[in-house]
Design a binder for this molecule. Structure first.
Ligand SMILES: Cc1cc2nc3c(=O)[nH]c(=O)nc-3n(C[C@H](O)[C@H](O)[C@H](O)COP(=O)(O)OP(=O)(O)OC[C@H]3O[C@@H](n4cnc5c(N)ncnc54)[C@H](O)[C@@H]3O)c2cc1C
Length: 376
């Protein structure tokens, strides 16, 4: 089939690489001139690797990832450094971390030569007919995959949009310019309305993120100073992470998710994939993982399409499978965000007490269920 993919983010690149490997002709439209990744680090769990393995991309991504975090003590700490809950090294063996730019590079290298069209702002047909319009010129396809992110124009144009919601917090992200000794400890530190996360990258540099419950749209003249003011008295090596990151390399974004998932991820022969279908808060570290699961599911379902009539049922199955799975993760992410960002002293204290009392085995079992994906 000739398949148009709109958006060269993690979701679009993964599906295009998988489709290309299966012999489909995939054309990827990306509105940006520079397809390099904006962002810092990323964590991917076993579900993402299970999906990548199914479409032949797992090894390439493992090569640029590190499992160092899975070999550390990880969990949630209080700002003093006391552990609220932790899993022993090896409890989540599938957890890998990597730099987003590396993931984008590997996925782009897996695309058939010449399939990426940069600087191309693409529009879908409102009817779901498989046609893409760029600069007023229409191009017909057999299928269109819209992987155009949180504020997907395709979702709106298809009449599937149910709104975007501000999650009530802003997030900073950075990568240290040199390695730091983490003393074999990683994970998140939860304060009142604030979180700081530490993740080792493959080259010993550290990817960190911070969040704060606040109004949308606020910015500081110097974000590094703003972070020092908020996290300066938190446990080591939090301040070292901030200090070891060039101020101009610190990213800040307000966090949004979809207010409600679209009733279907498919209209006619146009499919929503990744954040366009189910943008979620980052609290479970699953947004990209779910985009990768979407991509593998679509690629595998299209392998079963032998006649034109099969395509409709494959797409209906894609929507049913992926909507069910992502709705659960989207909801859990939102719930986790509420708990982790608790700002009232009473609710934050209750949260900490419950976390201290939670048995590690039960937490690990819950995580394993989320982090498993098989080509059912
Ligand atoms: C702070 C933070 C931390 C996160 N951490 C993690 C994590 O650790 N693990 C994880 O799995 N997920 C994480 N996520 C989520 C993850 O980043 C996203 O879910 C994922 O990147 C979504 O990929 P995507 O390809 O669906 O969309 P995007 O990355 O948004 O890509 C969409 C692409 O489409 C292009 N585009 C848009 N409109 C058009 C158009 N009309 N024509 C052509 N091109 C267009 C855009 O330019 C963009 O390149 C995090 C998110 C945040 C905000």
């Amino acid at each position: 089939m000739r398949i148009a993919v709109i958006g060269a983010g993690i979701g679009g690149l993964t599906v295009a690489a998988g489709l290309g490997a299966d012999g489909h002709e995939a054309v990827v439209y990306e509105r940006r001139e520079d397809p390099g990744a904006v962002g810092a680090g990323l964590t991917l769990f076993g579900n993402a690797f299970g999906a990548l393995d199914e479409i032949g991309l797992g090894e390439r991504v493992r090569e640029v990832s590190s499992d160092a975090v899975a070999r550390m003590r990880a969990g949630q700490r209080a700002p003093s450094g006391d552990w609220l809950a932790s899993l022993p090294p090896g409890a989540v063996p599938s957890l890998h971390s990597l730099h987003r730019a590396e993931l984008h590079r590997v996925l782009q290298e897996a695309l058939p030569w010449g399939s990426l069209r940069l600087g191309s702002h693409a529009r879908v047909a409102a009817s779901g007919e498989p046609v893409v319009t760029v600069d007023g010129v229409e191009e017909p396809f057999d299928l269109v995959v819209a992987a155009d992110g949180l504020r997907s124009d395709a979702r709106t144009c298809l009449g599937l949009d149910r709104g975007v919601r501000y999650a009530g917090c802003t997030a900073w992200r950075g990568v240290t310019s040199a390695g730091l000794d983490l003393r074999r400890e990683a994970g998140e530190t939860w304060g009142r309305g604030k979180i700081f996360g530490i993740v080792p990258l493959p080259d010993a540099r550290v990817y960190w993120f911070a969040t704060e419950s606040t109004d949308a749209g606020r910015r500081a003249d110097d974000e590094r100073e703003a972070l020092r003011a908020r996290f300066g008295d938190w446990h080591a090596p939090i301040v070292s992470c901030i200090d070891a990151t060039p101020a101009e390399a610190i990213l800040r974004h307000d966090i949004h998710d979809l207010a409600a998932l679209p009733a279907s991820f498919v209209k006619g022969r146009t499919v929503l994939l990744g954040d366009a279908a189910h943008a979620m808060t980052p609290n479970l570290g699953q947004g990209a993982g779910q985009a990768i699961e979407d991509a593998a599911t679509l690629v595998l379902l299209l392998r079963g399409v032998r006649r034109a009539g099969d395509l409709g049922s494959a797409l209906a199955r894609y929507s049913a499978l992926r909507r069910k799975r992502t709705r659960l993760v989207w909801r859990q992410s939102r719930l986790m965000g509420r708990v982790a960002q608790a700002s009232h002293p009473v609710s934050a204290a209750l949260r900490d007490t419950l976390l201290r009392a939670a048995p590690a085995a039960a937490m690990s079992r819950g995580a394993l269920r989320l982090h498993r994906w098989t080509a059912s």
